[in-house]
Design a protein around this ligand. Structure first.
Ligand SMILES: [Zn+2]
Length: 400
């Protein structure tokens, strides 16, 4: 079985190289807007759309013309890819099965598309991290019409490279490689265990086997930093030079948080997918989460409240990403992820012959004690156990 994998790394271009990247992006935007205007004009006049082949021929003419000759500085393939992508977007807008939005004109500094190099043969890698004198150096990637660009290789690149895309985000340039990997056809998961996962109030993730994943400490520090920089921003004159700089700084900070969050969720999903064959998660709306994070009147525990706020901040924007990671990792390893509706997860007694459901069962944010049978356990673990039970009832034949 062949699967596609993506690897994204931060580039360290020289100023000259960065200028070229933005110039090429400008060319792409120009080609997109010009071709879109042409197609719109034809639609309005009742003419058939130009085909991709016709657009590509026009592109060659433009590149050789006096008026649009500036396009010749940009690499050809990303420009052609822009046209292909435009045609796909137009087709999607007219596809009754999957109606997309009709493509719109691109503005500078907004919705910048990535520079896609569709032909991997043009991309070369130099992964040496020591020069001939033994000094540490950045690995380099060869990009057409740019040259060798340093990048931060934060993980190993597996598989056969299919294409590369250069993007600009929050003050930095990134390159993503898409590779194709041959993986053995699945596969029976080495483990046969089943587990339920619940988004805890005290713990970030609780598993029905009693283990937890906790919010990493860096998150709190980043959050404090963002708040601090936001306060600074609020004291600045809007649209002044300092204000713009501060906005960019906050953007970079957010990008950092997003990267660190992704990293953390990758690690957690890898661990879980390697340990368990069948994973159940609660089909839980964000609204419910907000409610449970508020705490109870009797037990507003400041620490708990701060913690649950932190968990919420991480998972509100990461839960679907976490599910995506878990789904494909389980697919690779022959496991399976299922979503189950599981209301009142942390209020219901998980003892099969009891099942008593009451708010009083939750003695505190972290402690569950059934008022009927006396069963006591960590409240987040109880939630996860109930997710597992609901999942098994719905999807499997073996009892808990
Ligand atoms: Zn009970």
């Amino acid at each position: 079985m062949e699967i596609l994998k993506a690897f994204r790394f931060r580039l360290e271009p020289t100023d000259e190289q960065a200028r070229k990247f933005s110039r090429y992006q400008g060319c792409m935007r120009f080609v997109w807007n010009k071709a879109l205007a042409l197609q719109k004009g034809r639609l309005d006049a009742g003419y058939p759309l130009l085909t991709y082949g016709e657009l590509a021929k026009l592109l060659t003419l433009w590149r050789h013309s006096e008026e649009y000759g500036f396009l010749a500085v940009a690499p050809e393939h990303p420009l052609q890819w822009t046209l292909k992508f435009l045609m796909q977007s137009i087709a999607a807008a007219f596809d009754p099965a999957n109606q997309g939005r009709f493509p719109t004109f691109k503005k500078k500094n907004r919705d910048e598309a990535g520079l896609r190099y569709p032909d991997a043969k043009q991309i070369k890698l130099d992964l040496l991290t020591k020069d001939k004198d033994g000094r540490n150096v950045f690995p380099k990637v060869f990009v057409p019409k740019i040259g060798w660009v340093k990048f931060r290789k934060s993980r190993t690149i597996d598989g056969t490279m299919k294409n590369a895309t250069v993007t600009w985000h929050a003050g930095h340039w990134y390159i993503s490689f898409q590779t194709e990997i041959e993986v053995p056809d699945p596969v029976v998961h080495p483990s046969t265990s089943e587990v339920g996962i619940d988004r805890g109030v005290v713990h970030l993730l609780a598993l029905s086997d009693g283990s937890f994943f906790d919010a990493p400490g860096w998150f709190r520090r980043y959050e404090a930093k963002v708040a601090w920089e936001m306060r600074k921003l609020s004291r600045m004159r809007k649209f002044s030079k300092h204000w713009h700089k501060q906005v960019a700084r906050i953007g970079r900070l957010h990008a950092h948080i997003a990267n660190a969050r992704r990293d953390f969720l990758h690690k957690a999903s890898t661990t879980i997918s390697q340990t368990h064959a069948m994973v159940f998660v609660e089909n839980l709306s964000v609204k419910n989460m907000t409610k449970s994070a508020k705490g109870t009147k009797e037990n507003p525990g400041r620490n708990v409240r701060a913690k649950s706020g932190l968990n919420k901040a991480i998972l509100d924007q990461g839960w679907s990403m976490f599910q995506t990671f878990l789904t494909y990792k389980l697919d690779w390893s022959g496991g399976r992820l299922e979503e189950v509706p599981a209301p009142y997860t942390s209020l219901t007694c998980p003892v099969p012959e009891c099942g008593h459901k009451s708010k009083a069962n939750r003695v505190s944010q972290s402690k569950f004690q059934c008022e009927k049978c006396g069963f006591a356990e960590n409240a987040d673990t109880v939630g996860a156990t109930n997710v597992l039970r609901a999942g098994l009832a719905q999807f499997a034949c073996s009892p808990v």
